[in-house]
Design a protein around this ligand. Structure first.
Ligand code: COS
Length: 383
């Protein structure tokens, strides 16, 4: 649902211009320094980019999902690490509170997340609980007006920058599966909370992940999201449904960027006396990429519109994430192939993008988890 087409056009044009004029020229610096430059962080705050999806009553822009994926397709045309910095506040780092938080929790945290004063992170994954999120072992034991949290979370995006974490922890040790899990807001400066060393990754330099360790962290009962125990796994799954659609949009945009770069190269690079774009085997790679990007766009816009109408789009979100991220991987591979030797050296952005986009097929649910969700939902609908 687009509330006002003209307003959205202005926002998308502003962001597209910012991506072109400020972010793309800083991609190399981002990669080399493994950090988003400070002036860019401030500009993103000034542009309101941290709070685009946070409801207007809590000082965000309140984008609908159709608007959000449209904007994500503009931001996604540069290094994914730029998006990652604002990605958690607009997604998994704030959504638990937006979807299931109490009014008090929303009023206290969302305006700070909207301005970027506070960075939010989502702490679900653990050393022994990745795809099998329901088996997580972090515990939250009630002690009077507090819960005491113990455990370790792994690969937590933006953990080094985060001011708060949405933490999924087991409140009922007797229930082994999802029903024993609750979601909490934990401030980064809580005594007993510490961070592991920042992970050295294959790509997405500038986007930081690390372990988050909880040792007898006492947090007030009022930080239990929604004030209800036992529904934290469902909160996490609802967060991921929306997050998966967002990642699908970002992956589609990255594919568009790589295809644009590959087309530019194919038009300039001459072999056998003519631009390589005139060769049919190159054209086949360009055409297949264009076709797949178009398909991903159509899927994502359809799912987004349906979610804005209130439909349950768990299956469709998984379809979008699976198709768009796998497609993005194929486009990255073809783009390297079109650039040939130049695609393998770091003089061109494609070498970096090839590594960066690999993560899309893994985080917020691997491709195999998306297959599992889609098939399970199909089977369940028959029973
Ligand atoms: N929305 C709301 N509720 C949901 C849901 C969704 N999308 N998906 C599942 N649930 C509910 C189920 O309805 C079930 O509730 P009831 O017990 O009341 O029926 C409960 O949650 C447990 O669901 P299920 O039995 O399907 O859980 P499983 O443990 O079998 O796990 C998968 C399901 C594998 C799909 C889940 O663990 C998952 O998505 N894993 C990947 C995690 C992930 O993406 N990690 C990435 C890191 S976070 S960036």
């Amino acid at each position: 649902m687009i509330r006002d087409q003209e307003t959205l056009n202005v926002l998308v044009e502003t962001i597209s211009r910012y991506v072109k004029e400020r972010l793309i020229p800083n991609e190399e610096i981002l990669e080399l320094n493994d950090a988003v430059p400070e002036d860019i962080v401030q500009e993103m705050k000034d542009l309101g980019m941290f709070g685009m999806t946070i409801p207007e009553e809590y000082d965000g822009l309140g984008l609908t999902i159709e608007e959000e994926v449209t904007v994500a397709m503009a931001i996604g045309k540069t290094s994914p690490a730029f998006r990652s910095l604002i990605g958690t506040n607009n997604g998994i780092g704030s959504l638990g509170i937006v979807i299931d938080g109490t009014e008090e929790q929303k009023r206290y945290y969302l305006p700070k997340l909207a301005t970027g004063e506070l960075i939010g992170a989502f702490a679900l994954t653990e050393p022994d609980a990745g795809s099998d999120a329901g088996s997580l072992r972090t515990t939250a034991k009630r002690d009077g007006d507090h819960y005491i949290i113990n455990g370790t979370k792994r690969f937590i995006t933006n953990a080094p920058e985060a001011g708060i974490f949405t933490v999924m922890a087991r409140t009922d040790p007797l229930i082994k599966g999802a029903a024993g899990i609750s979601a909490f807001i934990v401030a980064a400066d809580t005594p007993g909370l510490s961070l592991g060393k920042v992970d050295r990754k294959m790509g997405q330099k500038g986007a930081h992940t690390c372990d988050v360790i909880f040792e007898n962290c006492r947090i007030p009962v009022s930080n239990l999201i929604g004030g209800r125990e036992g529904v934290g796994f469902k909160t996490a799954m609802k967060v991921l449904d929306k997050g998966r659609l967002h990642i699908a949009a970002v992956a589609t945009a990255a594919a568009e960027r790589m295809l644009e770069d590959a087309l530019n190269y194919a038009l300039e690079r001459k072999q056998f006396g003519q631009p390589i774009a005139s060769f049919q085997l190159i054209q086949a790679m360009l055409a297949d990429s264009k076709m797949e990007i178009y398909a991903a766009r159509c899927m994502i816009m359809d799912a987004a519109r349906r979610r804005d109408l209130g439909e349950d789009i768990g299956t469709e979100a998984s379809c979008c994430k699976l198709f768009a991220t796998e497609m993005c991987g194929r486009v990255a591979d073809r783009a390297v192939q079109i650039l040939g030797g130049s695609g393998y050296v770091s003089d061109y952005p494609i070498e970096r993008f090839y590594r960066d986009v690999r993560l899309f097929r893994i985080y917020e649910g691997t491709s195999q988890i998306q297959q599992l969700v889609i098939a399970r939902n199909m089977i369940r609908s028959r029973s």
